[in-house]
Each structure stands twice: as structure tokens, then as C-alpha cells.
Design a protein around this ligand. Structure first.
Ligand code: HEM
Length: 431
């Protein structure tokens, strides 16, 4: 932007402390959906909209190296992660993740996770209360580790899941959650690095050819060198950790089914198109990634606003997913919208935009949608009570979550109501 219009006040604090609403509110007030800001002392520009997505994902415009603050790499992504690379180095590293886009891999992850879910449900039925968010994380950890070929002892799933959740939960705060996240990352990186060492030295159980640890251990970067055990561990975690992040969406799906129970029937019927629409609407409607950041690769101009080389460019993810011009009724939870019109590539961006093969868009989007489709149907078919609890989702907390974690009681599979619960409900236990 013009130097004389560049704000002098730094907006870093309101951007983080204001949570999900601050940036979208600023952009909503701007007719060209662009706002000049100052972030971490540098000139910055915030944008949104499908054209802004194309601009943001053009490597001639935006670099990622140096754009992600250390508190985020030190917890969420890991130092040296694919998220922080540009150009040829990024494309080469991204090859490690591209098989995740293939339909048979997506089905493979979903099969392992749904098998772990089906194994867990009878245990939930035997308990007086179940926190769905935590249980979903354990199920996802078991499933993704089995699928990926990452060894996991039976008794370990709960503690590994807790570490993976902590790494995500603490990236946008400098309070106790942040330090828990760093400790969790250190533990899990050490564990994965030992696994890489074992694979390379032939110690321990041989990694199945083609398994994720085998591929990470053999992967060569653009400079021809193998990844260090630490970097290989970081990238292994960049598959396992975000898969477990789907528990945020499982809790949100349960929240949606509770608030708008009409969706339950259609999901139960198992119509795959409806399950996909429901998965998209959960990812669009509920808050998760607030915005993405990059550095201007050169002096840039967007809709008449300038940002100098090295300045910050922010893509307003949450705001775009709630933009009235794109969605009409953005604050209505309406899966039907995706049956009426499938989303364009750069419209629905909860996991980034553009092409995942060439840019930074999430390579796990298909896996996320596949998991949500199958788990939402299972959730709709599960019977449970929702006792009094705090179901609020604060938009000030990043990442937002259902405050109670979504507690359920009297869990049973449809048609399999246990005698005690049935008697409590005054029903004939024989039916
Ligand atoms: C809760 C579900 C998920 C959400 C909300 C999510 C969101 C995102 C977002 C916003 C990005 C950044 C895009 C960018 O920088 O332009 C990203 C990148 C990434 N995601 Fe996901 N993701 C999810 C699940 C997954 C899964 C299941 C996997 C793998 C199985 C995965 C692997 C990755 C990787 C490796 C990247 C880095 C890509 C790159 O920099 O080229 N994510 N994700």
C-alpha cells in the first residue's frame, strides 16, 4: 500500500488475542476485502476470496520460509517441516505426502480408523460417561498408526493421542498449553526418530516396504541427501498428528447433530453424497485454521494495496469460509448447499487453497473428508444421551473446541440398547 496509508499500530496482539472474529470483521468492513495491517512490526496485507487464494499460492508472490513464527513450528509443525519450504525443496519434500491424495490410501486410512472405532464402541457402552473428543483422538491414533505402519503398544494409544492433541492445542498461546505442546512434541519426535534409526539400521521390527516409516527413512531431499532422523520424525508426525486432529471435527460433528438433529436421519441412511456434503459443511462452518501467513517474495500490489518484499500476507481462511458473497447464508449450518453446488477449488479453504500437488494446500484433505464421512455416519447411528454440559465453542480460543469435549452417556449402537439403559428409559429390554 502507499507508504502514507500504512498503519503504524502493530496488530499482532489483536490478531492472536481477538481469536477467529477479529480478522474477518476487519475484512468485512472493507469493500475490496483487503486490509493493510502491521504484524510483528512489518507491513502486512490481509486478503480473502478465490482470486486472493490464487494470488497467495503463486510462488512468485509468496514465500513460506521465515513466515511461520517459531512458537508455531516448535509445537504444531516441527522445525524443518514441509510447511516452511519453498520452490524445488518444497516440491521434492511434498512428494513424501502426495500418495495421501490417492483414493486407495484414503480408503485405507478410513478402514483402519473405522475398525478402531468399532472396536472402541462396546467399551464406551460399559462406561458411565465418555468424552467424545478424547475417545475419537485415541481411535484416530490407533487407526492411523496401524495404517501407517507406526508401531503402537495397546496401552500406549491414549497417552500418544494426548500428546498429539497437545501439540495442536498449544500453538497459538504462550501460556501453559504452549509448554505442554513443546514437551509433547519433544517426546513424540524422539519416539519417531528412534523408529527411523531402527528402520535404517535394520534393528527392531522391519518396516513394511512402502510403509510411511520406510518411505520417510529412504526419502531424499532436493539436495540428494537423506532426511536427518529428526526431520524424518517431524514429517512422520505431520501425517499422524493432523489425522488425530480430525477429532476436533468429530466433536464438531457431534455438536451439529445435537443442535440440528434433522441431519441424523439422512446420515444414518448412508447416502454417500449427503455424508460428503455434511463433512464439507462441518469443515466450512466450524472454526479450526483461522488464517494462513506468508512473506511477500517481492514488492507486491493487490487491488491497489502495496506490500513490500519481506512484508506479511495473511489469507483469511475462517473469514472466507463465512463470506456472504460466497455462501449467501454463511452462518446457517446447511450441508445441502454442497449438494446444490459442489465447491470450486479455491472457495472452500479450511485446509488451504490451490493445488496440493504444487502448492502448500493440505495433502490430507481427502483423508480428512473420508474420515469425517465415515465417522459422521457412525456417530449418527450411535445412540447416546447428551447430559448437561458446557457445549460452548469460544471464538476467542485458537484452536476453538467444544468446551466440554462433548460428553455422552448411555452409549449403545442402534438396536443394541443395554438392559440397564433400556430399563431406565422404561422400555422392554427384550425389544
Ligand atoms: C483436521 C483436519 C485438518 C486440517 C484442518 C488441516 C489443515 C491444514 C492447513 C490449513 C494446512 C496449510 C495449508 C497451507 O499452508 O497453505 C495444512 C497443511 C498440511 N497438512 Fe493438513 N489439515 C488436516 C488434516 C491433515 C491430514 C489428515 C494430513 C495427513 C494425513 C495432513 C497433512 C498436512 C501436511 C503434510 C501439510 C503441509 C503441506 C505443505 O506445506 O505443502 N493434514 N493442513
Amino acid at each position: 500500500m502507499d507508504a502514507h496509508r500504512r498503519p503504524l499500530t502493530d496488530h499482532t496482539l489483536p490478531l492472536i488475542a481477538g481469536g477467529y472474529a477479529w480478522l474477518p470483521q476487519r475484512l468485512r468492513q472493507s469493500p475490496d476485502r483487503t486490509v493493510p495491517l502491521r504484524v510483528m512490526g512489518r507491513p502486512a496485507l490481509a486478503l480473502r476470496g478465490p482470486d486472493a487464494v490464487k494470488f497467495f499460492y503463486d510462488e512468485h508472490n509468496i514465500h513460506r520460509h521465515g513466515a511461520i513464527p517459531e512458537p508455531v513450528t516448535g509445537t504444531l509443525f516441527g522445525h524443518g517441516a514441509v510447511h516452511t519450504l519453498d520452490g524445488a525443496a518444497h516440491r521434492r519434500r511434498k512428494e513424501l505426502f502426495l500418495p495421501l491424495l490417492e483414493a486407495d490410501r484414503i480408503t485405507g486410512v478410513a478402514e483402519q480408523v473405522t475398525a478402531a472405532w468399532d472396536e472402541a464402541v462396546p467399551g464406551w457402552a460399559a462406561r458411565s460417561r465418555v468424552v467424545l473428543f478424547d475417545e475419537a483422538a485415541t481411535v484416530l491414533t490407533r487407526g492411523v498408526c496401524r495404517w501407517a505402519g507406526v508401531p503402537l503398544e495397546d496401552g500406549e494409544a491414549g497417552s500418544v493421542a494426548a500428546d498429539l492433541l497437545a501439540m495442536i492445542d498449544g500453538f497459538a498461546t504462550l501460556g501453559p498449553r504452549h509448554w505442554r505442546a513443546r514437551r509433547a512434541r519433544a517426546r513424540q519426535e524422539a519416539r519417531m526418530a528412534r523408529l527411523i534409526d531402527d528402520v535404517r539400521s535394520g534393528r527392531g521390527p522391519a518396516a513394511a516396504p512402502g510403509s510411511l516409516p520406510a518411505r520417510a527413512a529412504a526419502h531424499r531431499d532436493a539436495d540428494g541427501g537423506l532426511l536427518t532422523p529428526h526431520t524424518a520424525a517431524v514429517e512422520l508426525l505431520n501425517v499422524v498428528r493432523p489425522t488425530v486432529a480430525v477429532s476436533w471435527f468429530v466433536a464438531f460433528a457431534a455438536h451439529a447433530l445435537h443442535r440440528w438433529p434433522g441431519h441424523r436421519e439422512r446420515l444414518r441412511d448412508g447416502d454417500p453424497a449427503y455424508a460428503t456434503a455434511f463433512a464439507h459443511e462441518v469443515r466450512r462452518f466450524y472454526p479450526f485454521a483461522p488464517f494462513l501467513g506468508g512473506r511477500a517474495a517481492r514488492d507486491l500490489t493487490w487491488r491497489g494495496h502495496e506490500v513490500p518484499a519481506g512484508g506479511t500476507v495473511l489469507l483469511d481462511v475462517f473469514g472466507q469460509n463465512h463470506d456472504e458473497d460466497l455462501w449467501g447464508d454463511p452462518y446457517a449450518f446447511r450441508p445441502q448447499r454442497f449438494l446444490e453446488r459442489p465447491p470450486e477449488r479455491d472457495e472452500l479453504i479450511p485446509q488451504g487453497g490451490s493445488d496440493p500437488r504444487t502448492g502448500h494446500r493440505c495433502p490430507g484433505e481427502g483423508v480428512t473428508v473420508g474420515l469425517l464421512e465415515s465417522l459422521a455416519v457412525r456417530l449418527a447411528r450411535l445412540e447416546y444421551e447428551v447430559p448437561d454440559q458446557d457445549l460452548r465453542i469460544s471464538l476467542r480460543r485458537i484452536p476453538a473446541r467444544v468446551r466440554s469435549g462433548f460428553v455422552v452417556t448411555d452409549v449403545h449402537e442402534t438396536g443394541r440398547r443395554p438392559a440397564v439403559a433400556a430399563a431406565r428409559a422404561g422400555a422392554d429390554p427384550g425389544h
